[in-house]
Design a protein around this ligand. Structure first.
Ligand code: COA
Length: 332
């Protein structure tokens, strides 16, 4: 173990222009703005429209903005990890498409898939490359075009998800700031409750899979809710306890934006008031790998060097975890 810590030195986000409001969803499925708002906290989500527009469009915009605001030369990037559940293609990796578009000629790039925990898995993976001392600039992207795998005749899922994402730059720094601790967990027995039935190697696309609408998110909402509410809160509490952190020490909870009720339960367990909870689910819905970088982007101007952040996520797999991060810079 070296004395180097991985620090986030910049963040940028991107959401597509088109806004799908709860009001518009009322015209598509049998639902109401009141039901969606009270059950989830979501008022609208952004949707990436147009032919040949994949998740890379979101990633490219986020990384371009990140390089510009951090004054980073694309050729200095060592590695791009893209957390996504909706890659442009099964292969090559979306991270490669992003790397090519931004001119990261010297980077090696790959995708990582852990559903809604994808960004925290990728952040911890990327931080290891920095902490070994081998690499100096790692870009971690979390982006999803969830609208590409959502059934807009299924009112139980189409109200939740949106498109968007963000990217952070990881660089080495002093041990006093950066990623201080983390815990990541998986339980594959949860796959039955949240998955996509076809399109993978087990059940490749066929006329039958299309007719059966099997290329969309399948979710048992209340089962997922129960696992999410317990595990996200437990993960956040565990990382706090083992580092002797109390609610008073925390500047912000950065929760995966799945459902406002899950976020509230996590905040209660951590004993932090709602003024300390990053929240943008009302604007973007659940953007899967995109939620956490979008939170950091939206709140960047309010963060101060030394702020303790607890990041917590839960997702399909099941996957979940939490990170204690000491913010490394003041607003620029
Ligand atoms: N509009 C109106 N009614 C709806 C609806 C909608 N969009 N979606 C479901 N309903 C109905 C159901 O059909 C059901 O009706 P019934 O009682 O007549 O059968 C009723 O509302 C309750 O459904 P239920 O699924 O029990 O609702 P819920 O309170 O569990 O809320 C979710 C549904 C999906 C919002 C909630 O389960 C949830 O957020 N789960 C976690 C999802 C998640 O976070 N996924 C991402 C993982 S990271």
């Amino acid at each position: 173990m070296t004395n180097i810590r991985a620090q986030i030195t910049g963040v940028h986000g991107y959401v597509p222009d088109y806004v799908l409001t709860n009001k518009e969803l009322e015209t598509i499925v049998d639902t109401t703005d009141e039901w969606i708002t009270s059950r989830t906290g979501i008022k609208q989500r952004h949707i990436l429209k147009g032919e040949n527009q994949g998740t890379s469009v979101i990633g490219i915009e986020a990384v371009k903005g990140l390089l510009e605001k951090t004054n980073t030369n694309a050729e200095d990037i060592d590695l791009i990890i893209c957390a996504t559940t909706t890659p442009d293609m099964t292969f090559p990796a979306t991270a490669n498409l992003i790397g090519d578009a931004v001119g990261a000629k010297n980077a090696f790039n790959y995708d990582l898939q852990a559903a809604c925990s994808g960004f925290i898995y990728a952040l911890i993976t990327g931080s290891q490359f920095i902490e070994t001392g081998k690499y100096k600039k790692v870009v971690v992207v979390g982006a999803d075009k969830m609208s590409s795998i959502i059934d807009y005749t299924d009112r139980t899922t189409c109200i939740i998800f949106g498109d968007g994402g963000g990217a952070v730059l990881l660089e080495p720094g002093s041990p006093d700031f950066g990623i201080m601790d983390s815990m990541l967990k998986s339980d594959g027995s949860g796959a039955q409750h949240l998955h996509m039935k076809a399109g993978g190697s087990r059940k490749p696309a066929s006329l039958e899979t299309i007719q059966n609408r099997e290329h969309f998110v399948y979710q048992e909402g209340s089962a997922v809710f129960k696992f999410a509410v317990t595990n996200m809160a437990d993960a956040a509490a565990e990382v706090m306890q083992r580092n002797n952190l109390t609610g008073d020490d925390i500047a912000y909870l950065v929760p995966h934006q799945a459902n406002k009720r899950i976020i509230d339960a996590t905040a209660r367990r951590m004993d932090v008031g709602e003024e300390k909870v990053m929240l943008n689910i009302h604007k973007y819905g659940n953007t899967t790998s995109g939620t956490i970088p979008l939170c950091l982007w939206d709140y960047e101007s309010q963060l101060r060097k030394g702020d303790n952040l607890i990041i917590a996520a839960f997702g399909g797999g099941f996957t979940w975890g939490s990170i204690w991060l000491k913010w490394a810079y003041d607003p620029k």
